[in-house]
Design a protein around this ligand. Structure first.
Ligand SMILES: Nc1nc2c(ncn2[C@@H]2O[C@H](COP(=O)(O)OP(=O)(O)O)[C@@H](O)[C@H]2O)c(=O)[nH]1
Ligand SMILES: *[C@@H]1O[C@H](CO)[C@@H](O)[C@H](O)[C@H]1NC(C)=O
Ligand SMILES: *[C@@H]1O[C@H](CO)[C@@H](O)[C@H](O)[C@H]1NC(C)=O
Ligand SMILES: *[C@@H]1O[C@H](CO)[C@@H](O)[C@H](O)[C@H]1NC(C)=O
Ligand SMILES: [Mg+2]
Length: 423
């Protein structure tokens, strides 16, 4: 006997939709009801916020593929927390639901998603039937030939889960210590996310499956329509957009009506013409430091080099204001302020930071950069890439978006690629 779930959407304050499990067995003959299967996932711990946003796109694509067969697959959003870069002291930054950063109704208009706590309530407790730890093939690509494949294999790295006295697996489940897995298996996978679909459909009978190290699988079709649908659905939470907009108005003389960046909260109706956005009268800069400079990468400038470029861009584009988003440490920040005293930054009070968290502040920084008349970012930073996409959605001329700072001695400073939205 198995349980089937009837999904009922109830609008609470027009915001929250609840899925109500119906705990009795019914025979499925009509199309309105199918077995619910939950897909959970997690990412390699050292990865930052913006690569995680990228992995979400891959998982959403996999869920769409799985749903094509009729089963009611639902994506469970992995709570945010314990990220390496989120180092603000004395702030509780674990078990953060996605709704603190993104608009859930917007995500749900693309693919069915629920928060982890909702999953626990719906599925009968803090249990995950099957964890699949994704890994590469120990032997690498055989014959140097790339082929897409997936096979159950012995674990290559030390397993980050261990069995408890009751035979359940314990490990890191986003800070939910009561969560346990019933089974953990290592799976070698090579290819795009949807190569996992046949395995998940046929070989696994569990009703909740978690893919750990989900970044192992690639995009089904990078920058294709499905990629962009999911990316466009990742609308930032309203309170963060409002704070960013208020900051733009107050310090940067920037409003949507004067900048031609009017936003439609319903992403399915947002289709700005390329080049239609004007942007606020300021230069937007994403200056990535910390681990990007520790390795002495030659594609990342010195502060002096960056400021020289910033000044020349302000002059060229006749902008007298500059907004800088950066993860620079206190010492570098002091030097930067000496070199560029007019710079504008979003600096939350401790109380605001406690409310917004490091993730919220990063989003506000991205939102403000996304509305600048001209933007320049840092080489191969996913933080900068997400700003490019946001500007593409808003309808900026690509010339004002796909720019990056060059290293002081970099010979060929290749600029970022323009990825056009497919609607
Ligand atoms: N607020 C803020 N945080 C930043 C900025 N740049 C980097 N960070 C932090 O550092 C992390 C960098 O990791 P990630 O998002 O993976 O981007 P990447 O490492 O640059 O590709 C971000 O998630 C932020 O937490 C910035 O300009 N503003
Ligand atoms: C999945 O099941 C099929 C058919 O039983 C089998 O051939 C295949 O090896 C299985 N795949 C994995 C990864 O276990
Ligand atoms: C654990 O999962 C693997 C892969 O699906 C399966 O072969 C194995 O029988 C499962 N073990 C238990 C105890 O259920
Ligand atoms: C702000 O921008 C408007 C145009 O949108 C302009 O007329 C006005 O002079 C600007 N104000 C300041 C203080 O720069
Ligand atoms: Mg990173």
């Amino acid at each position: 006997m198995s349980n089937f779930y009837l999904t009922v959407n109830i609008l609470v304050n027009n915001l929250v939709s609840l899925r109500i499990p119906v705990m009795f067995s019914i025979s499925v003959s009509s199309g309105f009801c199918a077995a619910v299967v939950y897909l959970l996932y997690d990412v390699n711990p050292p990865e930052g916020f913006n690569l995680r946003r990228d992995v979400y796109i891959r998982m959403a694509s996999l869920v769409k593929t799985l749903r094509k067969d009729g089963d009611d697959w639902v994506l469970v959003l992995p709570p945010w927390g314990r990220l390496y870069h989120w180092q603000s002291p004395d702030i509780h930054q674990v078990r953060i639901p996605w709704a603190e950063f993104f608009s859930l109704t917007s995500l749900q208009a693309n693919v069915p998603v629920i928060e982890y706590e909702e999953f626990m309530a719906e599925s009968g407790g803090p249990f995950i039937d099957q964890v699949l730890v994704l890994q590469n093939y120990a032997e690498g690509w055989t014959d140097g030939k790339w082929e897409e494949k997936v096979d159950e294999r012995p674990c290559i790295e030390k397993l980050m889960y261990s069995k408890d006295k009751q035979g359940y697996y314990r490990g890191w489940f986003w800070g939910y210590e009561e969560t346990r897995a019933r089974n953990v298996t290592c799976m070698s996978a090579q290819g795009h996310a949807s190569i996992l679909a046949p395995l998940l459909r046929r070989n696994i009978t569990a009703t909740s499956v978690m893919l750990d190290r989900a970044e192992t699988v690639l995009h089904d079709h990078y920058a294709g329509k499905d990629y962009w649908d999911t990316r466009r659905s990742m609308v930032f939470a309203k309170h963060l957009r409002i704070i960013g907009d208020e900051f733009r108005a107050k310090y940067l003389n920037s409003t949507d009506s004067s900048d031609n960046t009017v936003y439609n909260e319903d992403w399915t109706r947002m289709q700005a013409k390329l080049g239609s956005a004007k942007g606020g009268p300021y230069l937007g800069v994403h200056l990535r430091r910390k681990d990007f400079i520790w390795g002495h990468r030659d594609d990342v400038p010195s502060l002096k080099g960056a400021v020289k470029k910033i000044r020349s861009l302000m002059k060229k584009h006749k902008l007298d204001r500059v907004f800088v988003a950066t993860d620079a440490d206190e010492e570098e920040l002091e030097s930067l302020k000496r070199l560029l005293p007019e710079l504008v930054r979003f600096e939350p009070s401790w109380e605001d930071l406690e409310l917004l968290k490091d993730g919220g502040v990063a989003i506000i920084d991205q939102w403000i950069c996304a509305h600048a008349r001209f933007f320049i970012g840092t080489s191969v930073s996913t933080f900068s890439f997400r700003i490019h996409e946001e500007r593409e959605i808003l309808g900026f001329d690509p010339k004002t978006t796909y720019n990056r700072l060059c290293g002081d001695t970099e010979k060929e400073c290749e600029q970022p690629t323009h990825w056009k939205i497919v609607y």
